[in-house]
Design a binder for this molecule. Sequence first.
Ligand code: PEP
Length: 248
Amino acid sequence: MQYLIAANWKMHGLAAQLVEIEAVAAAVTATRPKADTLICVPATLISRAVQTASGRIPIGGEDCGAEDAGAFTGDTSAGMLKDAGASAVIVGHSERRHYQRETDAAVAAKASAAWRAGLMAIICIGETDAQRRNGAAISTCGDQIAGSVPETLADPGILAIAYEPLWAIGTGHMPAANEIVEMHAHIRQCLTTRFGQAAGKHIRILYGGSVKPANAREILALPNVGGALVGGASLHAADFNAIIRAAE
Ligand code: PEP
């Protein structure tokens, strides 16, 4: 399985930042890394990002509606993201679970919508600081997988799970290596139990939360880590390119 190094630009990205996409695309073309790459940007930037990338790197969205179309003012459907040129979408990011109060069921519905539209879905899970301190990290993430991952999976390639401890996102704090190993092994077990060995072992499990050029190599070397979801460090091509190189 190739690593997937995915960027999450969050609510950042105006036309002026397309130069960062050009710089990543140029580096990927020049160095032909072994890792798959993906840059997820705000919906408003997708078609211009796709034009800038011009087939050199795939572009994704950061959220999608659960329905295919309808009276949902302000929402963007998975089909619209696909139509704009996206090939993947992040669903259930902790910021959406927190600020928009998205439930596991809503996240599962969004992942299903992504698949109906032909997008790969990156489903985010992760525990709070208090849940980890109370010894509930494993059960919290297990419950999120049970509730947020749709029941049927056509192909392991259309799903990635991003384990993102909430307390590690944008904070510079990281779980210890053994904590990442333990969680990713548990996620793997949940996936093989749900989808069977053959499919479950081919689903990529990304780590996300304060991944930087300085720690990426160490994280990516851990068992069951199939890539990274990168927030802050993905906004600057130099840092994101260094993380892509760490996957070599
Ligand atoms: C994220 O928001 O998905 C993320 C991992 O952010 P950061 O890398 O900035 O911690």
